[in-house]
Design a protein around this ligand. Structure first.
Ligand SMILES: C[S@@+](CC[C@H](N)C(=O)[O-])C[C@H]1O[C@@H](n2cnc3c(N)ncnc32)[C@H](O)[C@@H]1O
Length: 311
C-alpha cells in the first residue's frame, strides 16, 4: 500500500480492497466487470490481500472492522460470511465460547485454500454471491465485508442474500463509503484561494463506473462505484430493510499513518448497512400493513419477532 506524503498526491479513494491506498485506474470506465477477467485478477492477487490486510497487518481491520463485525453478528447461530477472503471474519466469529456455525464462501480458490489452512472452526467453500449453494432460509445472518464493490451486477447477488436468509434474519453489509470515498475524492490543500484552504473533495458521486484499479504496483483489482441509493433500493426491493447504519471515524492506527489521514479524521471511510429480512405477513387482513407487518405500527401481529414470523 502506498502512503501519500502530500495532499496533492492524496487521492483518498480506497477501493474496498485496500482501505487506504493511492489507486489509479486502468482502462477507466469499462461499463461493467463482465469480460474483464475479474475472477482471474482476484486469483492472481490473493496473496496481496492476505499479506496487506489480514493476520493483524491492517489497523482498520484490527481496530474497527473486526470488532464491529463481532458486535453486529453477536447472538446469531447460523452465519454466512459472503466473500470471506482468507476467512479472518469467519475465524473471529467462530472462535467465541458461544460459537455459531459459520460458513465462509468465496469464488477465489486461493482465498478459500488459505482460509482452510488458517482454520479456526468455520467451514469454507468456493462459491460466488450470484449463485449461493444453500437452500432458502438457511441462515439467520449474512455478512459481506468489502465485497459488493467488486460484484457486478448488484441485484442478483442481493437477491441471493435475501433468499438464503430467514425472515427476521440480519444482513450486515460493509462497504467502502460510497459517497465520501467516491473515486476522485480526496484531501485538497488549495493555495488558489487566499487564505489557503484545506477541504475534502468528493468525486463524481452519481456516475456509476466499473474499473480495474492498480492498488499497488502491478496489483490490479476490479472495482465498481455506485451511489448509495443503488444499494438501499436493491436491498429494499428484496425485502431487506435498513435497521441500522454505521459510519465510524477512521481508527487511530490508520490516522497515525500520515498527517493527511489525521487531517481527514472526520471523513468516514467505512459504511455499514444493517438490514432485517422481512417475513410473510400473518395478520388477519384488518390492519394497514399491506402485507408487510414490519412496516406498520398498526398491525395487531407486529409484536416481537417470534410473533411475526412464527417459531
Ligand atoms: C476485499 S476482499 C474482502 C475479503 C473478506 N470479506 C475480508 O473482509 O477479509 C474481497 C473478496 O471478495 C471476493 N469476491 C469477488 N467477487 C465476488 C463475488 N462475485 N462473490 C463473492 N465474493 C467475491 C474476492 O475473491 C475477495 O476475496
Amino acid at each position: 500500500m502506498t502512503t501519500p506524503d502530500t495532499p496533492e498526491t492524496f487521492d483518498s479513494h480506497m477501493t474496498s480492497a485496500s482501505l487506504g491506498h493511492d489507486a489509479t485506474s486502468r482502462g477507466g470506465d469499462v461499463g461493467g466487470l463482465s469480460g474483464t477477467g475479474s475472477e482471474a485478477l482476484w486469483e492472481a492477487h490473493a496473496d496481496w490481500w492476505q499479506s496487506e490486510f489480514t493476520d493483524g497487518a491492517d489497523p482498520e481491520y484490527e481496530e474497527q472492522i473486526l470488532p464491529l463485525a463481532r458486535q453486529l453478528l453477536d447472538g446469531f447461530s447460523h452465519i454466512l460470511d459472503l466473500g470471506c477472503g482468507e476467512g479472518q471474519i469467519s475465524r473471529l466469529l467462530a472462535s467465541h465460547a458461544d460459537a455459531p456455525t459459520v460458513i465462509g464462501l468465496d469464488p477465489t480458490r486461493a482465498q478459500v485454500d488459505a482460509a482452510g489452512e488458517r482454520g479456526g472452526g468455520a467451514a469454507f467453500a468456493v462459491a460466488g454471491a450470484e449463485s449461493l449453494p444453500h437452500p432458502d432460509q438457511s441462515f439467520d445472518a449474512v455478512l459481506a465485508c468489502l465485497v459488493f464493490e467488486h460484484i457486478d451486477p448488484l441485484e442478483p447477488a442481493i437477491g441471493e442474500v435475501a433468499r438464503v436468509l430467514r425472515p427476521g434474519g440480519r444482513f450486515a453489509l460493509f462497504l467502502n463509503h460510497p459517497l465520501l470515498q467516491t473515486p476522485g475524492s480526496g484531501w485538497i490543500d488549495d493555495h488558489m484561494v487566499d487564505p489557503p484552504e484545506e477541504y475534502w473533495r468528493i468525486g463524481p458521486y452519481l456516475v456509476e463506473s466499473a474499473s480495474i484499479e492498480e492498488v499497488q504496483k502491478d496489483v490490479f483489482i476490479p472495482f465498481v462505484h455506485r451511489p448509495l441509493s443503488r444499494y438501499v433500493n436493491a436491498l429494499s426491493a428484496n425485502g431487506l430493510h435498513l435497521v441500522e447504519m454505521h459510519e465510524p471515524a477512521p481508527p487511530e492506527g490508520f490516522r497515525a499513518k500520515s498527517p493527511f489521514f489525521e487531517a481527514a479524521a472526520h471523513i468516514p471511510r467505512l459504511l455499514v448497512l444493517v438490514c432485517e429480512r422481512s417475513g410473510d405477513c400473518e395478520c388477519s387482513g384488518d390492519c394497514e400493513c399491506s402485507g408487510d407487518c414490519e412496516r406498520s405500527g398498526d398491525c395487531e401481529r407486529s409484536g416481537d419477532r417470534a410473533d411475526r414470523f412464527g417459531p
